[in-house]
Structure formats: structure tokens, C-alpha cells
Design a protein around this ligand. Structure first.
Ligand code: FDA
Length: 407
């Protein structure tokens, strides 16, 4: 039996941040992870360049039953604090778009920065090890590990993330531990995930696979019977890139709206935002009525999209042969398309898990369970989910930091 002050389960973004902070405070720290390498999601994130934070991070960029819960941790360890660390480590970065910061070279640099800092702070990392059981022992915990050893600790930090990408070792272990200690877990579902179409709709849009446009996407007004399962509060629209796929829709705008969409609801898409399609086609008709309608539309939106929209609306022939009503219909088909996805691609490809350990059970300053002193939940395991764009890592850094000061 060995003893440490702090045992952290999960060497991801949140767990490593917590470990190095607790170690710097002089706490003896051990981190266990069942994976062979730490920070695997950091390594693959942002196409290998890790979108490690967002300059505009604020509580408004998060979902959860109580989105204000994140405010305290986000204020105490901000995006600017993390950027300072990245700068100190000599990691070059750039802002890609919308405040999203990426490494110039490689996400591995962020993993190395965290593992170096952990080592310097004296935290011990054990890879290829999982937890087989957790019991209360006095004021602390006794934890049995898969290598047959037992560890006692004063503070147990659960940093095992959510259920997204099971192929990478994601588990619902954090939720099991929460329930074991009587804490509520909110409904969990895949988020930041591509949306799928049913066969009929796929048949209509199959020619569009690979077509990308900038779009404004929102959830259409929810039908009465699904309102109860809808997220609370207003649902934003997102203006970002969107991509037609062989299964339905993807791209940043779709991933963003997937966190707000619920089964049975429709989404609305404006696929040429800010462009008056009706006026454009009217001018084209005045200038050259002999032009085919889909050719004229193809000068405003991608050609394949123009052909598909005309085919779906049953519009054939030359501009001179169609009336104003038809031009308005085409405008609506591009800029007010309402479509009902049938589902999502699920945890297999979801970037995050929406929902998690109920924030009502946690102290927002420390991330400790208010009814179980010494038990902490941080990162994605908690019911705090960020938008796409570096917000989820910032939550992992901020919540990991907060627990690291208190454990
Ligand atoms: P994280 O999942 O990082 O770490 C959990 C750790 O616990 C893992 O090391 C895992 O092996 C371990 N573990 C799990 N179960 C265990 C068990 N039972 N026993 C022992 N160990 C266990 N976010 C962002 O802000 N910018 C971005 O660019 C991206 N990009 C991105 C790409 C892809 C493909 C994905 C899947 C996700 C992203 N994200 C992202 C989201 C981001 O990766 C995620 O929110 C954070 O990694 C969450 O950090 P955590 O430390 O909470 O969990």
C-alpha cells in the first residue's frame, strides 16, 4: 500500500494541469491513466496543431444545466494565463480565425510542456494503469489499481473526460464514480458532431458530397413535443464553414449547432449569407435571359449546389422562362433551407460529450464535490461543454488549475 496526497485519474488536459499545480504547491501527486501515452486528445486535436484556447473565452461559450458554473474557474485561470505559459515554453502559435489559437508546429509541444512541468513539480505518472475500485478510507480514499497495488490519498481527482471517441480509450468511468458517491449525472450525448440524413434526403443530396460553403446555421423552432428535451435558454446561430458529406452535414457550423439540436428538430441553413439571391438572379435575367437558371445560380453559389437546388425545386430552363416567384423560391431554397437531420454520427466521431457530473454537486471555486470532501471532478467529465474553437481545452486548463489549488 502506498500513500500520496493527491491521486489523479486521467492524464489528459485537465488531469495534467491539476497535477502540475498541486505538485508546485508541495503536494505529493500521482497520476494514473490506462492509455500508453498522456494527452492523446491534445495530440490529435486541431488537425495535429491543437486549438489550445480561444482569446474570446467567456461563460457564454459554454452549455450545461448551469453555464454560469464555469465563470469562477475561467476568471481565475484565463486564456491569457495559458497563453503566457505557452509563450514561456517557447511554443510558437497563431490565431487562425475567431480568436482560435493554434500551435504553429505541433500539438505535441503542448503535451511536452505539460509533462515537463508535471515532472518538474514532482508528480509521478503511471501509464497503462486503471482503477479497479475506490472506497472511502477515513477522511480520504483507498484506491485499487489494475496492477494489483493499492494507493491511499487525501484527494481523489477524477479527470477521465467524457465518452467521445471510445477507440481512443474514452470511458464513462467519471460518471460511475460520481454515482457511486451519490452525485447526479446529467443526460449525456455526443456533441460537436456531424449530423446525418435519412435515406430519402441522402438520395436528394448525394451529388453534393464534398461541397463546402460558408453558412449561417440555427435550430428551427422546436416542435411542442420536443421542447422539454431542448437545451435551456436561447439557442445561438453560427456563421462558419459547412460541408455536405456522404452521411449528411459536417464542418464547423454543423458541429456547433449539433450541441443545441435535438432529435426531431429541424435546422435552418443560409448557404449564401448576406447575398440577395433573388436580386442576383433578377439582374442576371435582365442582362441575359437566355442563360440557364442553374448556370446563373452557379455564379452565386458553388455550381453543384446550384444544380442540386434547381433540381430539388424542379426548376429547369432559361431565366427568361421563369417568373419572379420562382426566383424567390430559389432564394429561399439557398438562404432559408429547413432540413431535419435524422441523427448524429455519435460518440465515434463526436469531439466532446455534452452533459456530465452535475455542477450543482460541485463547488465552483474548487471543483470538489460538496457532499464528499476530497473528491474532485474536472474537465470534460463535468456538465460544462464548450463551443468548437478552443473553449473545451480552456475549460480543462481552468478547472484543472482550480482543483490544483485546492486538493
Ligand atoms: P481527456 O479526454 O483529454 O483525458 C482523459 C484521460 O483519461 C485520457 O488520457 C484517458 O486515457 C483517461 N481515461 C479515461 N478513462 C479512464 C479510466 N477508466 N481509467 C484510467 N484512465 C482513463 N478541444 C479544444 O478546445 N480544441 C481542439 O482543437 C479540440 N480538438 C479535438 C479534436 C478531437 C478529434 C477530439 C476528440 C476532441 C477535441 N477537443 C478539442 C476536445 C478536447 O480534446 C477535450 O475537451 C479535452 O481533451 C478534455 O480534457 P479532459 O482532460 O477532461 O479529458
Amino acid at each position: 500500500m502506498s500513500a500520496v496526497d493527491v491521486l489523479i485519474v486521467g492524464a489528459g488536459a485537465a488531469g495534467m494541469m491539476c497535477a502540475l499545480e498541486a505538485g508546485r504547491r508541495g503536494r505529493s501527486v500521482r497520476v494514473v491513466d490506462h492509455a500508453r501515452s498522456p494527452g492523446e486528445k491534445i495530440r490529435i486535436s486541431g488537425g495535429g496543431r491543437c486549438n489550445f484556447t480561444n482569446l474570446g473565452t467567456g461563460p457564454g461559450n459554454f452549455l450545461g444545466e448551469n453555464p454560469r458554473f464555469a465563470t469562477s474557474a475561467l476568471r481565475r485561470f484565463t486564456q491569457h494565463d495559458f497563453v503566457k505559459r505557452v509563450d514561456r515554453a517557447g511554443i510558437a502559435w497563431h490565431e487562425k480565425t475567431l480568436g482560435q489559437l493554434f500551435c504553429d508546429d505541433s500539438a505535441k509541444q503542448i503535451v511536452r510542456m505539460l509533462t515537463d512541468d508535471m515532472r518538474a513539480a514532482g508528480a509521478v505518472l503511471s501509464l497503462g494503469v486503471s482503477v479497479t475500485s475506490v472506497q472511502r478510507a477515513g477522511a480520504g480514499f483507498e484506491v485499487a489499481l489494475s496492477d494489483g497495488s493499492r494507493v491511499t490519498c487525501a484527494s481523489l481527482i477524477v479527470a477521465t473526460g467524457g465518452k467521445s471517441i471510445p477507440k481512443m480509450g474514452a470511458t464513462g468511468w467519471a460518471y460511475d464514480i460520481a454515482r457511486q458517491f451519490g452525485l447526479r449525472v446529467t443526460e449525456t450525448r455526443p456533441a460537436l458532431v456531424p449530423l446525418t440524413f435519412e435515406t430519402g434526403l441522402l438520395e436528394q443530396t448525394k451529388d453534393l458530397a464534398g461541397v463546402a460553403v460558408e453558412a449561417v446555421v440555427g435550430v428551427a423552432d422546436a416542435p411542442q413535443n420536443s421542447a422539454s428535451s431542448s437545451p435551456k435558454g436561447g439557442r445561438p446561430t453560427f456563421r462558419e464553414a459547412m460541408l455536405f458529406t456522404h452521411r449528411g452535414l459536417s464542418g464547423p457550423a454543423i458541429l456547433q449547432i449539433s450541441s443545441y439540436w435535438r432529435e426531431g428538430e429541424a435546422i435552418t441553413l443560409s448557404m449564401a449569407p448576406g447575398t440577395d439571391i433573388h436580386a442576383g438572379l433578377k439582374t442576371a435575367k435582365e442582362e441575359n435571359g437566355k442563360q440557364m437558371v442553374h448556370t446563373a445560380l452557379g455564379h452565386i453559389v458553388p455550381r453543384r449546389l446550384a444544380e442540386n437546388v434547381c433540381a430539388r425545386e424542379g426548376v429547369r430552363g432559361k431565366l427568361a422562362e421563369v417568373g419572379d416567384k420562382t426566383l424567390r423560391r430559389l432564394d429561399a431554397a439557398v438562404n432559408a433551407w429547413t432540413v431535419k437531420p435524422v441523427g448524429s454520427e455519435g460518440y465515434r466521431t463526436a469531439e466532446v460529450t455534452l452533459g456530465g457530473v452535475d455542477t450543482a454537486a460541485l463547488d465552483q471555486q474548487t471543483m470538489m464535490a460538496t457532499t464528499v470532501p476530497g473528491l474532485f471532478f474536472i474537465g470534460e467529465a463535468v456538465d460544462v461543454t464548450g463551443w468548437l474553437g478552443g473553449y473545451n481545452f480552456q475549460w480543462a486548463w481552468s478547472s484543472g488549475w482550480a482543483a490544483g489549488q485546492a486538493c
